[in-house]
Design a protein around this ligand. Structure first.
Ligand code: FES
Length: 103
């Protein structure tokens, strides 16, 4: 199977780690925090105020604000627009579900 980066002859840089609620999550340069979390199987990390329903990436383009996280102490950043940087500490308030099937 041909991977997209090979089709454009890109040379991806080595992956690095961020932490999500203290757990290591791999990311690659240029990837958003939300994409790294999704790639690690984390599908939700917030809940609705009423009903407590799970929320995570929804629109993926910065419109819905369902993906808010705290990055290195800065609250209310949209995970889908925030580029992951080596060593970033992502805090979801402890609501991040684990891999698929977690929440
Ligand atoms: S997923 Fe909608 S703003 Fe991030």
């Amino acid at each position: 199977m041909r991977e997209p980066y090979r089709l454009v002859r890109a040379r991806p840089e080595p992956e690095f780690e961020i932490s999500v609620d203290g757990s290591p999550v791999p990311a690659v340069p240029g990837q958003t925090v939300g994409a790294a979390m999704h790639g690690a199987g984390i599908r939700s990390w917030r809940t609705t105020r009423f009903g407590g329903r799970p929320r995570g990436l929804f629109c993926g383009i910065g419109v819905c604000f369902d993906c808010l996280v705290t990055v290195n102490g800065t609250p209310s950043l949209r995970a889908c627009l925030t580029e992951a940087r080596p060593g970033d500490r992502i805090d979801t308030g402890g609501a991040a579900g684990g891999p698929v099937g977690g929440r």
